[in-house]
Design a protein around this ligand. Structure first.
Ligand code: ATP
Ligand code: MG
Ligand code: ZN
Length: 364
């Protein structure tokens, strides 16, 4: 059987399984129990923190044959169809690829039709901030007068980019970055169940690099389980996350400061021989030269989500505050910014930023 990625395999199926979003899940569960279901929700917050997952659980809670219930059974036909993504009454729209007016016009026509199997027609509009202004306007009309059987769940990492006319018609739930300790616990459970031995230091490092996004942490563990035979160590994590480049950049910096050209050449020789990505090392070097940014504007500072442990850190890297709204467009340097399926090479910072060739050798 083909490999199912950890983050899909370990997707929570009930509100109780969702980690670190107690306020959201408790409020939703209470509302369902009290039959206070509204017709439009907005799930906003940092990537990989459970927004889409919770939207699907809410859809199940509304349409479960034993519901509406705060504890969907996950065995009835409706729950299974929703879980498998084949329910005719739960429509997921990726607004990033269906941005336009035509899709929303189509939605406006179809939303009038009664649900086929369940009680509610649930529209999950992912990346809702990507809708064009025209499409958002058309959606607004539906949100103003929705048919009684319709429930909209707008999902976004960038709530600030949604028009206030839309957000004001929704009940908003903010998803928080997941605390590092909770990520470590989850990774430990997954590792034990998947038969992977992971050193505690390695777990801590993965969790720290994920910057509150559980999906990122699960993806890294998945990658490591394929990459490592037997035991996963801290060194494996450093290597998979590409943090080794930081270490090399530090060595080059030390050699430059010491005016040791021979050492620089020796390091260059070694990294090329090891097949490392030289551009990434240059990028790490360039970032070291950047002036420090306002720490409040990005708690991760200017060097990306994880520094090499030898460099020390300011804070523990897990931000409990509400997301800044930068979402995926945050400038990120390290492996933590990688979503599933990304290459093993950490992204550079800022779009379009080029690595220039280093200046010629100093004239002695
Ligand atoms: N709060 C959480 N509790 C348990 N697992 C989680 C949680 N958040 C994320 N995950 C894991 O990460 C996977 C992806 O989560 P999900 O798709 O819900 O994230 P998201 O917030 O919608 O992210 P994005 O903004 O990138 O779309 C889940 O299938 C699950 O394995
Ligand atoms: Mg999502
Ligand atoms: Zn059910």
């Amino acid at each position: 059987m083909s490999h199912v990625s950890f983050y899909r395999k370990w997707r929570p199926q009930t509100f109780a399984d969702v980690i670190g979003q107690d306020r959201v899940t408790r409020t939703l569960a209470n509302a369902i129990t009290a039959n206070r279901i509204v017709h439009a929700y907005l799930f906003s917050g940092h990537r990989g923190t459970g927004k889409t997952t919770t939207a699907r659980i809410l859809a199940k809670a509304l349409n479960c044959e034993r519901g509406p219930t705060a504890t969907p059974c996950n065995v009835c036909a409706a729950c299974r169809a929703i879980g498998g993504g084949v329910s005719l009454d739960v429509i997921e729209i990726d607004a990033a690829s269906n941005r336009g007016i035509d899709e929303i016009r189509d939605l406006r026509e179809k939303v009038k039709l009664v649900p086929v199997e369940g009680r509610y027609k649930v529209y999950i509009i992912d990346e809702a901030h990507m809708l064009t202004a025209e499409a958002a306007n058309a959606l607004l009309k539906t949100l103003e007068e929705p048919p009684p059987h319709a429930v909209f769940i707008l999902v976004t990492t960038e709530p600030n980019r949604l028009p206030a006319t839309i957000t004001s018609r929704t009940q908003r739930f903010d998803f928080r970055r997941i605390p590092q300790a909770a990520i470590v616990d989850r990774l430990r459970t997954i590792a034990a169940s998947e038969g992977i031995t992971v050193d505690d230091e390695a777990l801590q490092l993965i969790a720290r690099s994920a910057d509150g996004a559980l999906r990122d942490a699960e993806s890294v563990l998945d990658q490591l389980s394929a990459f490592c035979q037997g035991r996963v160590t801290k060194a494996d994590v450093l290597s998979v996350l590409g943090l080794i480049e930081e270490e090399v950049a530090q060595q080059v910096t030390d050699a430059v400061v010491a005016g040791d050209a021979a050492a620089c050449l020796e390091i260059a020789n070694r990294v090329i021989a090891e097949g490392r990505d030289v551009r990434q090392i240059l990028r790490s070097l360039v970032e070291r030269g950047d002036p420090p940014e306002d720490p409040d504007s990005d708690r991760r500072g200017s060097r990306g989500p994880v520094r090499h442990p030898a460099q020390g850190r300011s804070g523990d890297g897990v931000v409990e505050a509400e997301p800044s709204g930068n979402g995926r467009l945050d400038r990120r340097a390290g492996g933590a910014a990688r979503g599933p399926g990304a290459s093993g090479v950490p992204r550079g910072r800022g779009k379009g930023r080029e690595c220039r060739a280093p200046p010629g050798p100093p004239k002695a």
